[in-house]
Design a protein around this ligand. Structure first.
Ligand code: GLP
Length: 242
């Protein structure tokens, strides 16, 4: 694991984005695994800047988002597709057919999860997977539990996660109860993981994830097993890891 701690958020975002840009420069047809949440917003801004400055093109890049809420259509402002469109898809030259994200309003969610998994299997190995962590140690929506899933699946969100994520909704009741998430298999198979976390609130779970035992109750602890993970943290998030 290559852990870097940054004093300044701007530098963190730039370093993490540069690592992604390097991958695309080396292979313009790279496949990227993408995450949502407030944490990677700055990284996406830096990717957009790199595109605007002519440092990188996304024309031949293919993306796979790691999760989506059940019941939210692409044009729902709280859907992860909408988030991605706002922060990245509408700002770079990615082509619509190369963008993949589970369909939260598919009539049969289980079938949609299977279909997404076969797309990932066809892609074989993501070149880079961008990840951050939920307060309870989830990655994507792989929630803590006694069984972790390797493959894309439909899951019931924990009440903790619904509560944390309710900040983006007008009320807790509006937060979907289910979601579709990429399993840990595709994430762990990625050639490189760019993991970012920021702020005090994440410090305790990061200690468990990176210094504690590998434990399905802390899904992110599995990342300790990845052979090529870059961890980008600010000082607050890293306070128990230094
Ligand atoms: C959601 C996403 C996760 C993300 C987490 C943390 O639950 N499914 O992929 O890591 O939020 O979000 P934030 O970066 O806003 O703390």
């Amino acid at each position: 694991m290559k852990l870097t701690v940054f004093k300044n958020e701007e530098e963190l975002d730039l370093a993490a984005a540069s690592s992604v840009v390097e991958v695309i420069k080396a292979n313009p047809e790279a496949t990227l695994g993408l995450a949502t949440g407030q944490t990677p917003v700055g990284l996406y801004q830096k990717l957009v800047q790199a595109y605007q400055n002519g440092q990188v093109l996304f024309k031949q890049v293919t993306t796979y988002n790691i999760d989506e809420y059940a019941g939210l259509a692409k044009d729902h402002p709280q859907s992860f597709y909408y988030f991605m469109k706002t922060h990245l898809f509408s700002k770079v030259d990615l082509t619509e057919e190369n963008i993949h994200i589970p369909d939260g309003v598919a009539p049969d969610l289980e079938a949609e999860a299977e279909c997404y998994e076969s797309l990932l299997q066809k892609a074989r190995q993501l070149d880079v997977q961008i990840l951050s962590i939920g307060l309870n140690g989830h990655i994507g929506f792989n929630e803590p539990g006694h069984t972790l899933h390797a493959e894309t699946h439909v899951l019931t969100l924990t009440e903790d996660t619904r509560e944390v994520n309710s900040q983006a909704f007008s009320s807790l009741a509006d937060v979907p109860k289910k979601a579709i998430t990429m399993g840990l298999g595709s994430m762990m198979k990625a050639k490189k993981i760019v993991f970012i976390a920021k702020g005090d609130a994440k410090a305790a779970i990061l200690k468990q994830a990176f210094k504690g035992p590998i434990d399905p109750l802390v899904p992110a602890s599995l990342l300790q097993l990845h052979p090529n993970i870059e961890v980008y943290l600010d000082e607050k998030a890293a306070k128990y890891l230094m």
